[in-house]
Design a protein around this ligand. Structure first.
Ligand SMILES: [Zn+2]
Length: 440
């Protein structure tokens, strides 16, 4: 914000600025003039012809809800550093959520829907100045990830990793390519179908299927950055959610999966080496769509570029009584209006995103940045359009019952699962600190 002159300054601010060479540019002078005359609150400053209307009475809300969230905390003690990661998966029935007062929930009702409804996964990683008898930080983290995924919940999460890596719905495929954790060579052929481990063709050493994901690329022998913990959290959240999807896919009731809403917090994005799972996720969602068993996935973003843009521009959206307004953002719009980036280089989200951005506007006080899936990707600026989004109408019809009254732009199931997955609030952080003290 510019400082306002109270008139008590020795010079007028304009005359002060006049000494600067930059003011001599005609372009800058024109800009300053425009800057002064343009009303920032003008709806014309936002390209708002993107909005469409939907009557939620025209689709059946989804009955079952699964939601995942996670958290991580670095803990430092005596120059030693480690990180705790916790993820939680929870299920609730849409009818019960609809019944709850989101602002002042009745404790007994809340207790009833939370009871026996959650699964947890937790781990600890050494990050700095820690060495186990078995090896350095690099190998410890690799093996902790492998052992944990294979053992937790009877190996169900590991089976999901295999299911995605080997595209088990579609014959017998090798895993995606990976970088050997020992000799750093790129192994294009991946790990052979359904194997838990493989052998590097270059150095002959054992490679774990979890190495294929690429956590080791973020570490050196003796140090791991906190990003290993955050990446593990993101991968685990995705695997937990897809474990339910995988199990429901083969459920006796073939309609169960398409009557379920799967929710995650944060964008449907996997960056860097972790993006190698993105094409497989898209392929499965497309496969399910083609089989007539669409999978309804939604993610909410409560901060960031898209959230900021919607917060500013939503004032100018005209509400329609009884209707939900929504906007499926195509890549051209995202580039030009939101990222304000040049139209070159990698098309938006091509490598990293398994979902697309959808703005939703329920009323003057309630708007959300959501991610939904298409099961594919096209480079065109006009992609995606409304018809590309999987299960858009049923997701929209379910949303009005899921609005958080505590957090702007949030979904209530995410608020619930966040409460049990979060370690950042007292007393968890204190307990972990004490735990570390005892351990070291
Ligand atoms: Zn190797």
């Amino acid at each position: 914000m510019a400082y306002s002159s109270g008139g008590r300054l020795p010079f007028e601010s304009a005359s002060k600025l006049g000494h600067l060479n930059v003011i001599e540019s005609e372009w800058v002078r024109a800009l300053i003039k425009d800057f002064e005359t343009n009303d920032v609150g003008d709806a014309n400053n936002y390209e708002n012809d993107i909005w469409e209307s939907f009557d939620p009475m025209n689709a059946q809300p989804l009955q079952h809800i699964w939601v995942v969230d996670g958290s991580y905390v670095p803990v430092e003690e005596n120059h030693k550093e480690l990180a705790f990661v916790k993820t939680a998966l929870m299920t609730v029935e849409q009818s019960k959520i609809a019944d709850i007062d989101k602002e002042y929930p009745h404790p007994l009702k809340l207790q009833e829907i939370m009871k026996d409804s959650a699964l947890f996964h937790a781990t600890v990683f050494p990050l700095r100045n820690l060495k186990s008898a078995k090896g350095n930080i690099y190998d410890t983290v690799r093996h902790v990830i492998y052992d944990l995924m294979r053992n937790d919940e009877g190996g169900q999460y590991f089976e999901t990793l295999k299911w995605l890596a080997y595209k088990k719905w579609d014959g017998k495929n090798n895993s995606p390519s990976f970088e050997c954790p020992h000799c750093e060579e790129k192994v294009d052929e991946g790990i052979p179908y359904d194997q838990d481990t493989g052998k590097c063709p270059f150095c002959g050493k054992e490679v774990l299927l979890t190495d294929m994901v690429g956590f080791h690329l973020d570490m050196n022998e003796d140090n791991a950055p906190i990003s290993v913990a955050s990446s593990y959290m993101l991968i685990m959240e995705m695997l937990m959610l897809f474990t339910v999807i995988r199990l429901q896919w083969s459920n006796r009731d073939p309609n169960l999966i398409s009557n379920t809403l799967f929710i995650k917090d944060g964008p449907m994005t996997l960056k860097g080496q972790y993006s190698k799972l993105v094409p497989n996720i898209r392929e499965f969602l497309n496969f399910a769509k083609k089989q007539g068993r669409p999978i309804h996935l939604v993610a909410s973003e409560k901060s960031g570029l898209f959230f900021d843009y919607l917060s500013l521009s939503s004032r100018f959206v005209k509400p329609e009584s009884g209707k939900i307004k929504y906007a499926v953002l195509n890549h051209g719009y995202i580039r030009r209006v939101i990222q304000r980036a040049p139209d070159r280089g990698n098309p938006y989200g091509m490598r990293t995103n398994w979902g697309e951005k959808v703005f939703v506007f329920l009323d003057e006080n309630t708007h959300m940045v959501l991610n939904m899936t298409t099961g594919g990707y096209e480079k065109e600026n006009s992609y995606p359009s409304t018809s590309d989004i999987i299960g858009l109408e049923r997701i929209l019809a379910t949303l009005p019952t899921l609005i958080s009254r505590k957090y702007e732009g949030a979904l209530y199931p995410v608020e619930l699962v966040n409460g049990i997955a979060s370690m950042s609030n007292y007393p968890s952080a204190k307990i972990l600190q004490d735990f570390v003290k005892d351990m070291i």
